[in-house]
Design a protein. Structure first.
Ligand code: CP3
Length: 345
């Protein structure tokens, strides 16, 4: 099968399809009983990510069950700080915990270059998955955008508004710039290795892009992501790049015009009619069903799927959620979603 016969890659390349390709952010995870079962066999979440047998199985589970058009590597955006020497752990029920970077000495304690050896299980996972995927299924690799990863590295945990990183960037702009630059370089080396191992598309998750004022958004989100996209494209012109600047609605048109990505991810808050006119007129889009409407199901789900399909049909798009699937999502609702998306019209 030629690569271009994969629906997902065709949409990324700008082809409008009668039925859009479909995958779900965080499609591997706790809403699947088969995931919970294998998750219980690993000590910590990072151990799970670094065990190729388990990570391969987690990547494939949603493909087997739902036949999505793309598989996403099972890993996490925080493996990059981990491979830069920062201590990272995941506490059950509390999310990620990192040794926070508060001073220049903390920054200097990071490795200058990412330890690819530490991430070798991730590349082995990619190699295994690539041999096991159905021929029609595309394979997505990913990393976090520098701003989003830095926000965890500075705070040491998730925060509602990224206040610690925003304050740090205002108070110590030169040091913060060095951190962003370190992450650009490290993430590029990581993406390059993922691509060499076999992923066909990469998504850059900027989950916290939406909290910044315009100048800060341009400096800490858009510029580093544009730099990364340019480098990926230079070394791997055939690889498609999806940028997902979550909740950065007022900058989406500009991102679509200038960040260099092939596809722009839309979060749930974006009006689909507006996005069709102002984002999809420049680039293919991906999104943006509310993860909560998938929990609710029924007529509310059917209505929102219809609205998204109607707004984006006739031009290239990829059907997805506007953020990750929630652990309480019923499997039957995902099955219903697959039917709704794949029914013409
Ligand atoms: O299926 C997939 O999409 C691939 C795997 C994937 C995970 N995390 C697995 C995971 C991907 C693409 C991510 C990205 C990620 N990780 C982001 C960006 C996307 C987003 O959701 O905004 C962020 C911000 C993280 C950091 C992170 N990882 C947090 C905040 C948490 C805790 C919150 C939570 O959902 O539990 C994680 C843990 C995590 N990453 C889990 C999974 C399946 C759950 C932990 C577990 O199963 O024990």
């Amino acid at each position: 099968m030629r690569l271009s016969e994969k629906l997902f890659l065709r949409a990324c390349s700008g082809e409008a399809l009668d039925v859009p390709p479909l995958w779900l952010m965080r499609q591997a995870g706790r809403y699947l009983p088969e995931y919970r079962e294998i998750r219980a066999t690993a000590r910590g979440f990072l151990d799970f990510c670094y065990t190729p047998k388990l990570a391969t199985e987690a990547t494939l589970q949603p493909i087997r069950r739902f036949g999505f058009d793309a598989a996403i590597l099972f890993s996490d955006i925080l493996v990059v700080p981990d491979a830069l020497g920062q201590r990272v752990s995941f506490v059950e029920g509390e999310g990620p915990k990192l040794e926070p970077i508060a001073t220049e000495a903390d920054f200097d304690a990071l490795l200058e270059h990412i330890d690819l050896e530490k991430l070798s299980p991730v590349f082995e996972t990619i190699d295994r998955v690539k041999g096991l995927l159905p021929r029609e299924t595309a394979f997505i690799g990913f990393c976090g955008a520098p701003w989003t990863v830095a926000s965890y590295m500075i705070a040491g945990h998730g925060t509602p508004d990224q206040a610690p990183a925003r304050l740090f960037a205002y108070r110590h702009p030169e040091l913060f710039q060095r951190l962003i630059d370190r992450l650009v370089e490290a993430s590029l080396v990581y993406l390059d290795a993922q691509i060499k191992a076999g992923v066909e598309v990469v998504q850059i998750f900027d989950s916290w892009a939406g909290v910044l004022p315009r100048d800060e958004f341009l400096h800490w989100c858009k510029e580093p992501v544009a730099r990364m996209v340019a480098a990926v494209k230079k070394n791997h012109p055939h690889v498609k790049v999806i940028a997902f600047p979550r909740q950065a609605t007022s900058h989406l048109t500009e991102m679509a015009q200038t960040c260099g990505a092939d596809v722009i991810g839309l979060d749930t808050s974006v009006d689909v009619e507006w996005a069709a006119q102002n984002v999809q007129n420049h680039l293919p889009v991906q999104g943006n069903l509310d993860p909560l409407v998938l929990v609710a199901g029924g007529e509310a789900l059917a209505k929102q799927v219809r609205q998204i399909k109607q707004a984006f049909s006739g031009k290239p798009y990829i059907f997805n959620l506007g953020h990750g699937i929630l652990p309480q999502t019923p499997i039957a609702h995902v099955e219903e979603l697959v039917k709704l998306v794949r029914t013409k019209g």
